[in-house]
Design a protein around this ligand. Sequence first.
Ligand SMILES: Cc1ncc(COP(=O)(O)O)c(C=O)c1O
Length: 386
Amino acid sequence: MSRSKHTIAANGHVGRPYADHGAMAFPIFQSSNFKYEDAAPYVATLNGGPETKKFKYSRYTNPTEAEALRILCELEGADGGVLVGSGMAAVSLVYSTFLRPGDHVVISENSYYRSYSVLKRSFERIGVSVSVLMAGADLTDLLTERTTLVHVETPSNYLLRVFDIARIADQCRAHGALLSIDSTLATPINQNPLAHGADLVVHSASKYLGGHNDIVAGVIVGRQELVDRLAQEKGYSGASVDPFASYLLLRGLKTLAVRMAHVNASTLRIAQELRELDGIEWVCHPGLPEHPDHELAGRYLGGGAGILYASLAPGRGSNDQTVVDFLDGLEVCVIASSFGGTESLARPANMEEFPDHPRLIRFAIGLESAQDIVDDVKQSLKRLHA
Ligand SMILES: Cc1ncc(COP(=O)(O)O)c(C=O)c1O
């Protein structure tokens, strides 16, 4: 029987072997090491034969991790994947597995700054060249005979730019380059990049997938032959994830679909209401018709996104003081970076990156009532302009 994403997320465990005990929650296999029942397969492996044991040592994988991965693969429509210790470990593992000295990599503009800066810091040093794909630009203008990897974050962490995955995937395929999509902001509920032709999907599981601000983890899923290479590289690099984090991820996944349904609806409503307020100059959310990627957001994300940016009107003091006073005046939203947990967060956008918007605030909407968040913004603006 085919199952919807809501059912896979909420009830992905039905019929698994551990259900023999009637346990509704998957156990935490707090074991680094796993025994061989007999010596013959071990000897065969050491003589160059294939590894037949599924769990051997938890640097490679662990049963709790494998269960979380199984559900994520089902949600993304992937053959397999690897779970690692952070979203950045996932992004870096894609780079270190598929980039060699002399290669050229393309990364999309407004990506999470560390996904870009690790290319500049660590990969340029070993002779990899880096280009940036601007939103709306043609990828083919950037491709060279050395381009092996295109890494696109969509929607992007900064200003929520949305990229045309199917078109970029066609161009990559024609050129023989791999396409990896960082789909952290979308989650598998809003978007399935593999279905549009991407080769790999990366998520920071520290955000919506975990969903409670209590784990740091990352995941990559895709075709089996690519995943096998990533798994091997993970074993060498040691970018492992802890069994307890895997358990919390499994627990978070059970509510992913309902959390995203709330966040999608709530964020759009908040964006619509904030743009009517006097103290707000401008609001950025791809569900608003004035967003430059509104049409693409409808096509790829159903218009959904849990983040919005709002630019404050000038206050009485400097721009920085206006931002500080506004954030300090919030009573419901928490001043913090990251996103994807139950609490709504507000933080200054990176000022250096947006010189044209010196009073830009990023809101990551959580599970509170949308009206309470709008009221919170209103009361802080009122104090700011009192
Ligand atoms: C889009 C995106 N990718 C990757 C990362 C890195 O994830 P982590 O913090 O789990 O290392 C982040 C973190 O904010 C992100 O926003």
